[in-house]
Ligand binder design. Sequence first.
Ligand SMILES: [Zn+2]
Length: 375
Amino acid sequence: MASALAEHVSGLRLVDHHVHGAFTGELDRAEFEVHLCEGSPEPVPPWMTQFDSQLGFAIRRSCAPVLDLPAHVPADEYWARRTELGVPAVTERFLRAAAVSDWLVDTGYGAGTVLDVDAMAAASGARGHLVVRLESLAEELAADGVTGRDYADEFEARLERATRDAVAVKSILAYRSGLDIDLSPPAPHAVADAARRWVGSGEPRLTDPVLLRHGLHAAVRRGLPIQIHTGFGDRDLDLHRANPVHLLDFLRTPGVADVPVMLLHCYPYHREAGYLAQAFGNVHFDVGLAVNHVGVRSTQVVAESFELAPFAKQLYSSDAWGPPELHHLGAVLWRRAMTSVLGRWVEDGDWAVADALRVVDMVGRDNARRVYRLG
Ligand SMILES: [Zn+2]
C-alpha cells in the first residue's frame, strides 16, 4: 500500500502554481549563499555558511545526486561540481528533475536576471504560463507619467492588455502596506488624488494604500485568479502584518467571492490560511517557499496544511526564485512530505489508499488545472 503511494507520488507531473525564473548568469558562492536565505538580503557573515541550515542540508541531500554526486556531499565539493557543469547545464538538470508539467511564472521581480516564461518552458521541456504582478503594472504607469483622473482608466486598459495571455495576477501588497489596512474599493476621486501625489513625488515604488487597494479591486473586476503573498518573506515586510487573517474584510467584500483568491506561502500562518480556505469558497492556499526553507521539517508543515482546509483548496508551489536547486527541491520535499504524511494515515488504516492517491493528484496537479483553467 505504502509503496503504491510512493510510486504514484514520484510519477506525478506537478503543476507549480507559483514560481519565478531560474538565474540566467553565473554567481559566485557568496552570492549563491545569499539566495539560500529568504529573510536577510545581506551577505552571509564569514564565520558561518548558509549551507549549515535545513535548506543547505536538503540541497546536499537531494540536489547533489542530480549533479552526479553522492547524497550529503560536503558543500565545497558540491560547489566545485556545480561550477564545473556551468549554469545552463545545472539549470536544465534541476528543472527537468523537478518533473513539473506546468510552471505559473510571476515575472514581476528580477526580470533580466532570471529566465522568463518561455525560457523556463524551453529549459524544462514543460509548459510556462504568465502571472502578472499588479504593483509592477502600476509602477509602469507612474514611470509613463499617467496621473490624476487618467490613472484608473489607463490602469484598467493596461491590465486588460497585460493579462490577455496570463492565467493569474499577483499582489505583493503584504510587502508594500501590510494586509492590515482598509482593503475596500477606493472612491474614484481618492484614486485620482493618490495618483497625483505618487506620480508627482517621483518615487518609483508603489506604497500608497489607496492605489494598492485600487489595483486589487481592478483585478477583482478583471476576474482572473488573484495570488496574494502572505506570511514569510524577506525582512522588508512586517511579518505580523502579512498574516492572511487580515484579509477577512476583503474576502467579505461584494464581488470578491467571484474570483479565486490564492494565498501564497502562508507559513507560519498556514493554519490561518487553512481556516480561510474552509470559510470562503473562493480561497485556496499553498505552503510553498517554506517547504524549501524548512527542509526536512517540511513534513510537519505539509501535515499541518492538511487540517481544516478542504483538499480541493490546496495547491503545490515551490516559489523558487533564482537558484534552480529550489525549483527541484520544492518538488522533492513536497513529494517526500506527501508520501510520508499520507502514507502514515494509510498505514494506520485512517485513510484508504485510493483516497490518498486521489488527494495527491488534486493538490499536486488537478486543483491548479481547475482554478487556472490550464486545460
Ligand atoms: Zn513568489
